[in-house]
Write a protein that binds this ligand. Structure first.
Ligand code: ATP
Ligand code: ZN
Ligand code: MG
Length: 395
């Protein structure tokens, strides 16, 4: 890890030994340990942090140890099941597309994890959208459109605050009070990217920015019998996940776009359709020539919920992730996932099947920015190197 001159390098020996399979998870969670941590790297040799000078080290180290302990202590190695492996497909590029995309004005960073996109990237995202829409059409999925905001009461009802508190994004507004609004309009100013305004000016949070698309469908179906006992729907929407220092490049955005195909019905109905979706996408990715693998995975639960939930997800094969190859860093990036939630939403939201039992749900979810980014990392920016179908679509 390169140390920036104005930062202090801190080496920490973890109190709880970290098994190899938890290195990546722990590294990403350390971003939420303390605001003074600017970068973290976790390896079998130990933990390296870059922190701001003047940080109270004992407190910070204690929080780091707490994160390590709750994730590493008693962690069970997940049995990673590989369902598809096309990682060796030859691809023409080994370069990080990001510097060139920024130079070309195709990507304009607005703030950490927030980007504007230019015509080439947009057309590429639209090409992938057309592939996902074809998948949705193959199921005759009903189109839906959902708001960008989601009520706090919705997320509360499905345990979201407990499972993913670290990545929430809150929406608020000024209190409807003339003094507050006057005061704000006269004094509000932005310093170093931060709005200077007393926090008591802001109203209580009733809505958040939505972290996922399919939740909205489950709420639309809540507290009643499921029409005809099954639903297949599709929607695209902006999703928000605050990923702290992990917001890097186009790999991890705060504000991104997700297309989902969503299945609600009996257990067999959901599982069969999830499998069919995977098989159809396998053909799509083969046509494009994408290098990727599909493997079992778990959601990035926060520390308190992680051990139990992650083990549960992997034991019941609830999540399969499409990991695309990033040749320039010999790494992978999840561009989509095939999920099965069992009857979790059906039970919590009271969505019932004709026999009175709770509905099961599942979804195929694709990140459009990540899809485009992984493609550019594999195929480069020279369109003559692209598969003909993609080249023609963006021409
Ligand atoms: P990761 O494992 O990389 O954290 P995830 O498991 O949280 O991702 P899902 O909840 O399965 O992701 O979301 C479906 C898809 O949405 C992901 O496969 C990815 O393409 C996209 N996605 C999720 N989080 C982000 C993000 N922060 N920035 C960009 N795309 C994202
Ligand atoms: Zn979903
Ligand atoms: Mg994941």
């Amino acid at each position: 890890m390169e140390t920036k001159p104005d930062l202090v390098l801190l080496q920490i020996e973890p109190r709880t030994p970290i098994p190899d399979f938890m290195l990546r998870e722990i590294q990403s969670k350390l971003a939420y340990a303390d605001e003074h941590i600017r970068a973290a790297s976790v390896s079998p040799e130990g933990i390296q942090l870059q922190v701001e000078p003047g940080t109270s080290q004992p407190e910070l180290i204690e929080k780091v140890q707490r994160i390590v302990e709750s994730l590493a202590y008693g962690a069970i190695k997940p049995k990673v099941q590989i369902l598809e492996d096309y990682m060796d497909r030859p691809v023409p590029s080994r370069l990080d597309p990001m510097p060139e995309l920024i130079r070309m004005g195709e990507v304009s960073p607005e703030s950490a994890g927030v980007f504007a996109f230019g015509p080439l990237v947009v057309r590429l995202m639209e090409f992938f959208e057309s592939q996902f829409l074809a998948l949705a059409d193959s199921f005759q999925a009903a189109p839906y459109r959902f708001p960008t905001m989601i009520p706090a009461s919705y997320l509360g009802r499905v345990n979201y605050f407990r499972a993913f508190p670290h990545s929430l994004t809150f929406a608020t507004h000024l209190r409807s009070d003339l003094d507050v609004i006057d005061e704000f309009s006269q004094h509000a100013a932005c310093e170093e990217g931060e709005l200077q305004s007393p926090s008591k000016s802001f109203a209580a949070v009733k809505n958040l920015l939505s972290p996922a698309v399919c939740y909205h469908l489950y709420f639309a179906l809540a507290d009643k019998p499921l029409p005809q006992g099954q639903v297949i729907a599709t929607a695209v929407g902006h999703c928000f996940r605050y990923e702290a220092n992990n917001l890097a490049s186009l790999e991890r955005l705060w504000d991104f776009t997700m297309r989902e195909v969503i299945f609600v019905g009996s257990k067999d109905f959901v599982l069969e359709n999830r499998e069919t979706a995977r098989q159809r996408m396998r053909q799509t990715f083969e046509r494009i020539g994408l290098a990727y693998r599909v493997e079992s995975a778990n959601d990035p639960f926060f520390i308190g919920e992680f051990r139990k939930q992650a083990a549960f997800q992997s034991a019941f094969q609830l999540k399969f992730e499409i990991s695309a190859r990033l040749p320039y860093k010999e790494s992978t990036l999840a561009v989509g996932s095939y999920n099965y939630h069992q009857d979790f939403f059906g039970r919590n939201l009271n969505i019932t099947l004709p026999d009175g039992s709770p509905a099961h749900t599942g979804c195929a979810a694709f990140g459009l920015e990540r899809m485009a980014f992984a493609f550019l990392a594999q195929f480069g920016l020279d369109t003559s190197q692209w598969p003909a179908e993609v080249r023609q679509a963006v021409a």
